[in-house]
Design a protein around this ligand. Structure first.
Ligand SMILES: Nc1ncnc2c1ncn2[C@@H]1O[C@H](COP(=O)(O)OP(=O)(O)OP(=O)(O)O)[C@@H](O)[C@H]1O
Ligand SMILES: [Mg+2]
Length: 500
């Protein structure tokens, strides 16, 4: 009911006196009520009176409290983050902090601060309020301690209620999530080195691997395909649900050591803002540990199993190093089914990546269609890859007189991006660094030629021997530098001493 609904608009003075008398009667009522009326009845009467005397406002206010009772209110959290982008010259006080692991300053509104936001032409007034909800009674040692109730008030015209609830609030949530992702410090989980009988646990450190898709030198079409694949994957929650598949994606990265497999894993993690779990199978001795570890991984994460060809000769591990190990037999296909089964039932937005130097040695279970969604070949450095490295390492964005010679040499030489990068780091002087690279390429070319000559000589010798002894022809010795068995073991995790 509106006090003035049947009358003409009252003058300010009559309004004032009406409110004054109303306030006085409320106070009188309250003091009498405190004495005479039991607490629950009193509360009911006060709220009814408030309703009767309330003027009808065209504004609607949403109250966004910090907690829902048990859990934190996501809208409150989102508002805290979102509003720090709306701070204007009218804001008088803001709170600034930085956590030891945080990347940048955290800015929040201070108590009582107001600000205005606009969304599709709607004016939205925000206010941050901290109210003391309970005052500790100094005479009563058992009275509850003083606590602060924090909430936001969001006020706008009533006619926009639906748009605010259906569009603006979800927009604030979405923006805050994106901002949280940007600020988020990624984690790299590795297995701690407990005694095998005591089980292993995940231990985390900050993943500060600087690799991104801009810094990884690889075939440009392949890089675009990987980025597109990741984008499609994260967008398709509903699709995976509709077709009844677990929301996960598997990648197999293969190629010689030093071609950027671990760097690509880091680039993918940085791109998606997913934490990385580095599962070193060689450290797992029990089925139950593997299950526990997999269950201990979070959604929106990447599980990496590096050097899969070396780490999953699982049945042999019982006899391998002389240690008496628990009687466990894990096969690769068993492991894969295990991961599939667990993730199908309890994981969302999971990525699994296997890396190997020897795709040809892998168990067919891993290669069968549908198992790994994408096979990514990381190969030797191309001229295109070199140009990206030259631009990143030396800041050369245009042509250099040595580029032509480098391009020709690269066509005839197998050199890894790791080797090129190492050479480019040797000097800040562009000419010196590039001359160093030319020398390296020439040396490699010579070694390659000698290796081929050597192989030819060996083949000729073998053929001559066979002719003499009349034996069957054996496989010729090939220039198998592309299948090099050299292990640099510069795994993502092992590099933490340098990179983190
Ligand atoms: N494709 C690449 N683009 C940019 N830098 C690269 C690339 N490949 C290697 N590097 C450089 O070489 C270092 C080693 O590379 P990385 O560890 O990614 O190779 P890898 O393929 O994982 O090797 P391994 O098979 O031995 O594990 C990286 O830290 C990076 O500096
Ligand atoms: Mg690696």
């Amino acid at each position: 009911m509106n006090m003035f609904s049947n009358k003409e608009m009252p003058s300010p003075s009559s309004l004032f006196s009406a409110y004054a008398s109303m306030a006085a009667s409320m106070m009188l009522f309250r003091s009498m009520a405190n004495e005479l009326i039991p607490h629950p009845v009193r509360g009911y009467l006060v709220s009814s009176l408030r309703y009767l005397f309330k003027t009808h406002s065209p504004k609607l206010t949403l109250v966004i409290e910090e907690s829902n009772g048990i859990s934190r209110n996501q809208v409150y959290e989102a508002a805290e983050i979102y509003l720090c982008t709306k701070i204007s010259s009218n804001t008088e006080r803001i709170r600034v902090s930085k956590s030891p692991k945080g990347k940048s300053l955290t800015i929040r509104l201070e108590k009582g601060e107001k600000l205005v936001d606009f969304y599709e032409g709607i004016e939205l007034k925000w206010r941050f309020i901290c109210a003391e909800s309970q005052q500790k009674d100094p005479n009563d040692p058992f009275s509850p301690p003083r606590s602060e109730k924090r909430f936001f008030e969001l006020t706008f015209h009533k006619k926009h209620k639906d748009r605010v609830l259906d569009c603006y609030v979800p927009y604030v949530l979405e923006r805050a999530n994106a901002m949280k992702d940007e600020e988020r410090v990624l984690k790299m989980y590795t297995l701690n080195s407990c005694h095998p009988y005591n089980g292993v646990k995940w231990e985390s450190i900050n993943l500060e691997h600087p690799a991104t898709f801009e810094t990884v030198a690889m075939d440009q079409d392949l890089k675009n395909a990987v980025i597109e694949d990741l984008n499609r994957f994260v967008k398709r929650k509903e699709f995976y649900k509709k077709v009844g598949r677990a929301w996960k994606r598997g990648y197999l990265l293969y190629g010689p050591p030093g071609t950027g497999k671990s760097s690509l894993v880091a680039a993918m993690a940085n791109y998606l803002k997913f934490d990385v779990y580095d599962l070193q199978l060689a450290n797992i001795f029990r089925d139950s540990d593997l299950r526990k570890l997999l269950l201990g991984t979070a959604n929106r994460s990447i599980l990496v199993i590096e050097d899969i060809d070396c780490s999953v000769e699982l049945p042999d591990r019982r006899h391998g190093d002389g240690r008496k190990q628990p009687d466990v037999q894990l096969t690769l296909s068993g492991l894969l089914n295990f991961i599939d089964g667990l993730w199908s039932s309890c994981g969302d937005e999971r990525i699994i990546i296997f890396t190997t130097n020897h795709k040809e040695r892998l168990d067919p279970a891993l290669l069968r269609p549908g198992r790994m969604d994408m096979h990514i070949h990381m190969s030797y450095c191309t001229y295109h890859g070199f140009k990206l490295l030259a631009s990143n390492y030396l800041g050369i964005h245009n042509h250099h007189h040595l580029f032509g010679e480098i391009e020709d040499l690269m066509k005839e030489t197998d050199v890894t991006p790791a080797h090129v990068a190492e050479e480019l780091m040797k000097s800040e002087d562009v000419d010196v660094a590039l001359e160093g690279l030319v020398k390296l390429l020439k040396r490699k070319k010579l070694e390659g030629d000698e290796f081929e000559d050597e192989a030819e000589k060996k083949n000729a010798a073998q053929a001559a021997k066979r002719q003499k002894t009349g034996k069957q022809q054996r496989k010729p010795v090939r220039n198998n530098r592309r299948n090099s068995t050299k292990r640099t073991s510069n795994r993502l995790s092992a590099k933490k001493t340098i990179l983190y």
